[in-house]
Write a new protein. Structure first.
Length: 329
């Protein structure tokens, strides 16, 4: 794929940026939503690509502050909105925007959140066990210290796909009986003791899956993804493009199922939207089969991109599906 390069200056590198830019193929005068603004890599690339109007959305107040600076750099061309991308339709409507030509979603935690120890997303540096993207609601420490053992084990298994979830939960409960678990390194050490440092699978730290599970639960990431995909379906004009970059199998499966469902049983690219059984016309055409993965060169430059997957589709003229018409994902 070819297209404008995403800015790679500084610590943040937007993943699959060239491929996302090509999928969206912005034209002069079009409007695109960067639903997960983060450090602004996608938004800056969209602004550099031509005279399009770019709208950034983020729940993180720190990211919103960066977006306000970008608004000052590009008056009239960039708009920063504070909120969740799952509320995209309402946020846009509140600003008088009825439809858009592109939506980009870069899921999961941003590099800048991950690298800031005080946010508590990573165990590489010790910090408070927080993990809240928006800074409000229950923290990871709240979940770890207040959740019943069986429920904690199920959470770690369902969201972290961690086979040793019950043993990990048992160790966490035993530790919190002695003292509250409030620090990232403290939790990482508990998990490492539970499954053994020698059990590092796939060259990852033993606590990686547990931290992923807690982060997903704290931020309702899978629920937010479901809401965001449905919102994109509502706000995209006919011919508008949706590009979603995911980083773990739970996210990718949700995106795949949504797009296959909305594109019809075959899930293949088509020029026209045939009517499916039950009278529902597909609301999306897939732009390609399967998922696009990062190149070896991108992985070399940015190892965090290794697990990334891009899926994309084009909006048809069919009405958005009602929530009651959705299959369980």
């Amino acid at each position: 794929m070819t297209g404008p390069m995403i800015n790679t200056d500084g610590p943040h590198i937007s993943v699959l940026g060239r491929e996302v830019a090509e999928v969206l193929a912005l034209q002069p005068g079009e409007t695109v939503v960067d639903g997960t603004f983060g450090a602004g890599g996608y938004s800056r690339a969209f602004l550099a690509a031509g005279p399009a109007h770019v709208i950034g959305i983020d729940r993180d107040p720190t990211a919103v502050a960066r977006g306000r600076a970008l608004e000052a750099e590009h008056p009239g061309r960039f708009t920063m909105l504070h909120g969740c991308f799952g509320d995209m339709a309402g946020l846009l409507a509140a600003h008088g925007i009825g439809g858009v030509d592109g939506v980009a979603l870069d899921l999961g935690v941003s590099s800048m959140q991950f690298d800031e120890a005080a946010r508590g997303f990573s165990f590489r540096e010790d910090g408070p066990l927080d993990m809240r993207m928006g800074g409000s609601g229950r923290s990871a420490a709240d979940l770890v210290n207040e959740t019943a053992e069986d429920d904690l084990a199920n959470l770690i298994y369902d969201y972290g796909e961690e086979r040793a979830s019950r043993r990990i939960a048992r160790f966490i409960v035993a530790a919190r009986d002695e003292a509250p678990v409030t620090r990232t390194r403290q939790l990482a050490d508990i998990v490492a003791r539970a499954i053994g440092r020698g059990a590092e699978r796939d060259r990852i730290h033993p606590a990686t899956r547990t931290f992923q599970a807690l982060r997903i639960a704290v931020n309702d990431e899978l629920g937010e993804l479901d809401r965001g995909l449905a919102a994109a379906e509502q706000v995209l004009r006919p011919g508008g493009r949706l590009a979603v970059v995911s980083f773990h199998s739970l996210e990718d499966r949700a995106v795949k199922r949504f797009l296959q469902q909305r594109a019809g049983a075959e899930g293949g690219p088509s020029r026209h939207a045939p009517v499916r059984a039950g009278g529902r016309a597909p609301s999306f055409d897939l732009l390609f089969r399967g998922a696009v993965k990062p190149t070896d060169e991108e992985i070399r430059v940015n190892p965090r991109s290794r697990s990334a997957r891009l899926r994309a589709a084009r909006r048809t003229a069919a009405p958005a599906w009602a929530a009651s018409e959705e299959g369980r994902r």
